[in-house]
Write a protein that binds this ligand. Sequence first.
Ligand SMILES: Cc1ncc(COP(=O)(O)O)c(C=O)c1O
Length: 400
Amino acid sequence: MNPLSATLARVKPSPTMAISAKALEMKAADEDVIGLSAGEPDFDTPENIRAAGIRAIEQGRTRYTAPDGIPELKDAVCAKFKRDNGLDYTRAQVSIGSGGKQILYNALMATLNPGDEVVIPAPYWVSYPDMVTLAGGTPVIVEAGIETRFKLTARALEAAITPKTRWFIFNSPSNPTGAGYSWDDLKALTDVLMRHPHVWVMTDDMYEHLAYGDFRFCTPAQVEPGLYERTLTCNGVSKAYAMTGWRIGYAAGPEVLIGGMRKIQSQSTSNPCSISQWAAVEALNGTQDFLAPHNEIFVRRRDLVVDALNAIPGITCPRPEGAFYVYPSIEGLIGKTSAGGTRIDSDEAFVTALLEETGVAVVHGAAFGLSPYFRVSYATSDAALKEACARIEDFCGKLS
Ligand SMILES: Cc1ncc(COP(=O)(O)O)c(C=O)c1O
């Protein structure tokens, strides 16, 4: 007998993790692999944050906390939303979870009934559709391709909304494209949402601080205060503070929703790690001085990768506004055959042949719901990026 549920049968394992696992396997076999598939910064957690974690251990802050977070961290989150986004929240409107992932999952579990639809722009972060499915809802995927620089248009959003739409999931800067919505880009979407009062907004602002050049981050409840009562503003410390392993994410929104999320968390994982919570207090309240130098490094790497990829015939790579990803199109390479004899009939065939023949690990666009593209994470050293781009160029040059 298959012990697994029918719901689980509809859920895919994380494809980004599958590529990383294959790359690790090749590395373990001593093959020369360059991994550009992981979604985490290569920086260490800043010293002051590490010290706060050590202090928490030494001070015995190692017991259960309130299921959705300590008051000190909720206060730090309220201060962050006020400082960075001009948004007013109270402790009762804040939830702390074990990573941004748990926050999003709790919110979907707390709100979806069978048949409820969730509008998700593609390409999307891989977990959104499967989380919706796990929670019993139906993902409605709306494509936003290279022609709109991977940004959803107001017209496409309007067309996707039905009486069954429960949530619109929004993510800027985006994983996997790095695309960032300007105030005007976002206002066009919030205007649509104002016409549909039954649709709630789940905004995933995880890459807020990874914003480059002239791009200025903004979030839906800030752009359209009329959406405040039906917006869950989600964020976390994983990416900007190089704290992926600490597992702290947070959100703020209407009290009734936060209460529902607390109920789920209290019956599943209980509180996020107490030590990590104290480290996150320091991350949010302490110096933010390391953000600008980190971003300078990311901009340099982004430009290095975008310039190198655009020099390859058959690849087109927009220069994104934020995060640490680029999402080049390989439309010009479809139908060719690699030196190793693989026919490139999809982006999955492309990334598989690239990994096997050159040792460069990237993720195929189909994993993010939009083909034919691939995602490069440039959160790795300049030297590794240069070598990887040279190998991609060599691989593409030998396609026939
Ligand atoms: C867009 C986006 N949201 C949420 C997350 C999850 O973050 P966390 O590691 O805090 O769970 C990620 C991580 O890759 C992400 O890219």
